[in-house]
Design a protein. Sequence first.
Length: 152
Amino acid sequence: METTINCQLMRYLEEHQLISDRQYGFRQRRSAGDLLAYLTHRWSEAIEGKGEALAVSLDVAKAFDRVWHKALLSKLPSYGLPEKLCEWISSFLEGRSIKVVVDGACSDPKPINAGVPQGCVLSPTLFLLHINDMLKISNIHCFADDSTGDAL
């Protein structure tokens, strides 16, 4: 079910051009090589024209673990997603907990209020939606959670 939902969600987001063109990760027909070629061309033109280019690269540690559920869920309706789908995604994320086992002793469960589940098909798409608004208002280009900004 998760795979079907993810395929339909990504198709909807792509058809309606709701994911920033500055995001190259987790998308069909886009690759890290495409982003590198684009940025190299952009910076080369800036250096030829102005004699300089400034770029900053950022890799957010454990970015998938930092997706704040409440913020992500509040953004979903703005993409025009059906209420039932938003509710399903909320159910998918909320109510999760973690236990730690050491030498056979198990801790009490602790609620998880952030992060998208590692290894789940839907997680990359949810991550894209979480950071999408940042890309739309900035000059940052991303491949998944690796970001590069420039001032040209």
